[in-house]
Write a protein that binds this ligand. Structure first.
Ligand SMILES: Nc1ncnc2c1ncn2[C@@H]1O[C@H](COP(=O)(O)OP(=O)(O)OP(=O)(O)O)[C@@H](O)[C@H]1O
Ligand SMILES: [Mg+2]
Length: 536
């Protein structure tokens, strides 16, 4: 209601004279008035105009004033009712009026000032009630807003606590891995040295045994020691102390090259599928080691799907870090509990029965990837499956350049190469391949033969097995360099740990068995091109 607009009062009375007097008095007091003669008409006018106050005579021809009042209060509680009657003489009447919901009552005839004062008093009450209600509403709103603010702050706090706990447990986990890594690294080095001696001596015993029984025993011991060597190699991988031959690796190619082997290892029950990013950048990796890791992951997946399932190998660019490429191996197997996830990378942690798993697969994968500057993540849900993600460092070499480099410029130009290896098959393989691609190859199966041959051949490169029985590779090289001081040498070795080689030869070029012919070609080319200054 705008200022200056008059307040409307509904005056309900069937007696014209009384109605007239009241209307006149109301006009005089500054109100606007509408009139009704019956209860029904009154209700209709209220419905239509919603006057703030009804002046209601108790005696009406159709409905009793009390009933009209009760009806108003139920339907429009905000409309005030001032009852008037000449018969408000008995206190019961006043009581029933108030009980019916009337806000006040007035005995007729009333003085004009008394009527105006009564109405104004009621309107004042109504106004303060309204103000109170409005205040209440804003208070409610304020409390609600404040509660929401507090809830939000609380939520944020809880999130921060969770984040913090997560960061703390990540830190703990990485500290644990660091400590376990150092421990196993130290142990594995010592064991590797011991095993080298054991394997070497057993090999000699085996070769010299005249009695078949002794030869058999030596053979058994030799095999066990070799298994030990394999284990130490895995431990060395975990402790990140193995020597890596890192290069720029095209992941998609690595997966496609290994596809058949992987498929075979999975068995017929498991479907294998790939989802390869067509232009996934190359990564910095040791090709052979990464291939072994992929196989490890596939075998884990197979073991987790005894009833069969699907294995998916994916390459993708990391969404958050463009320096990383993600290689993931996902299965639809049993999944891992949070407890198993927390310990999965620990060396020797396995849930498999004795003889089925050593618990070194994932620790090896972890160590390798970390050593290559990447990271490993496990996402797994019990009953749904597992996804192991290797985040690998992208290399600056483009896929095309890497592929080209793998094929070109590796050929020989009749350079003379002296191959020294006691293993007949390996030696033959190297000789055949290197002759095929344009080198002139001479071979020797032990140190002394090699040194004798060197004098006649005057080689431009010596490829030598580091770990030969008798005189080891380092000693042969020393003797050869006494004759040709800057003879380039490429070592090949089956040992995962090259600590002994490094101790003997420093940072000599090195090729780990087993290698692919292309790797041999590339290593030979690189070593020759780097040159040792030897004259042809
Ligand atoms: N894909 C997977 N699904 C479910 N559980 C897995 C999966 N990969 C690994 N695990 C769990 O993590 C444990 C450790 O795996 P890890 O590869 O290190 O060892 P292993 O497979 O038990 O033995 P190893 O690999 O030396 O033969 C497993 O025993 C298994 O409980
Ligand atoms: Mg495994």
């Amino acid at each position: 209601m705008s200022a200056g607009e008059k307040i409307v009062i509904l005056n309900v009375d069937d007696l014209e004279s009384q109605r007239y007097v009241k209307t006149r008095d109301l006009h005089a007091a500054g109100f606007a008035v509408i009139e009704a003669q019956t209860g029904a008409e009154a209700l209709r006018l209220i419905e239509q105009h919603r006057p703030p106050l009804v002046l209601l005579d108790v005696q009406l021809p159709d409905i009793s004033g009390f009933e009209v009042c009760a009806f108003i209060k139920t339907k429009w509680p905000e409309v005030m009712v001032l009852q008037t009657s000449a018969t408000f003489t008995a206190s019961e009447d006043r009581v029933s009026g108030l009980n019916a919901g009337a806000d006040s009552y007035l005995v007729q005839p009333a003085e004009p000032v008394e009527l105006a004062a009564a109405i104004n008093a009621l309107l004042r009450v109504r106004r303060s009630e309204d103000a109170l209600r409005a205040l209440n509403a804003t208070l409610d709103k304020q409390v609600q807003a404040r509660t929401e603010e507090l809830e939000q702050a609380n939520r944020k706090l809880r999130e921060e606590v969770v984040q913090r706990q997560k960061a703390e447990s990540q830190l703990l986990q990485s500290q644990k891995m660091e400590a376990v890594g150092q421990l196993t690294g130290g142990l594995a080095h010592d064991f590797n040295n011991l095993l080298t001696a054991v394997v070497g001596n057993l090999d000699l015993i085996r070769a010299r045994a005249t009695e078949p029984r002794i030869a058999r025993l030596a053979e058994n011991a030799f095999k066990a020691a070799e298994r030990g060597s394999k284990l130490t190699a895995q431990l060395l991988a975990f402790s990140r102390t193995q020597k890596l031959a890192t290069e720029s690796v095209d992941l998609n190619r690595l997966i496609m090259d290994g596809y058949e082997l992987l498929k075979q290892s999975l068995g017929a029950n498991i479907a294998m599928q790939t989802d390869l990013h067509p232009s996934a950048p190359c990564v910095v990796a040791d090709y052979n080691q990464l291939e072994v890791s992929l196989l490890n992951l596939a075998i884990n997946a197979r073991d987790a799907m005894p009833e069969g399932g699907i294995l998916t190998i994916t390459t993708a660019c990391d969404a958050t870090d463009d320096r990383k490429v993600v290689l993931s191996v996902t299965d639809t197997g049993t999944g891992m509990s949070p407890e198993v996830i927390a310990r999965a990378f620990d060396p020797f942690f396995t849930t498999k029965p004795p003889g089925k798993g050593t618990g070194l697969g994932l620790s090896q994968v972890y160590g390798l990837v970390r050593q290559m500057g990447g990271d490993v993540a496990i996402k797994s849900e019990i009953g749904k499956g597992t996804s192991i993600q290797l985040l690998l460092r992208r290399s600056n070499v483009s896929t095309e350049t890497a592929t080209e480099a793998q094929g070109a410029a590796e050929r020989g130009h009749a350079e003379r190469i002296l191959i020294v290896d006691d293993d007949h098959d390996v030696r033959g393989l190297m000789t055949d391949f290197l002759s095929d691609i344009g080198y002139v190859v001479h071979e020797a199966d032990h140190g002394a033969a090699a040194l004798a041959l060197q004098k006649t051949v005057n080689p431009q490169l010596m490829i030598i097995d580091f770990s030969m029985p008798g005189t080891n590779g380092a000693e042969v090289v020393k003797a050869a360099r006494a004759v040709q001081p800057s003879l380039p040498v490429l070592f090949v070795s089956g040992y995962a740990d090259s600590a002994a080689l490094e101790a003997a030869m420093g940072t000599a070029p090195f090729l780990r068995k087993p290698f692919r012919p292309a790797e041999l070609a590339s290593a030979v080319r690189t070593t020759l091109d780097a040159g040792g200054g030897s004259k042809p």
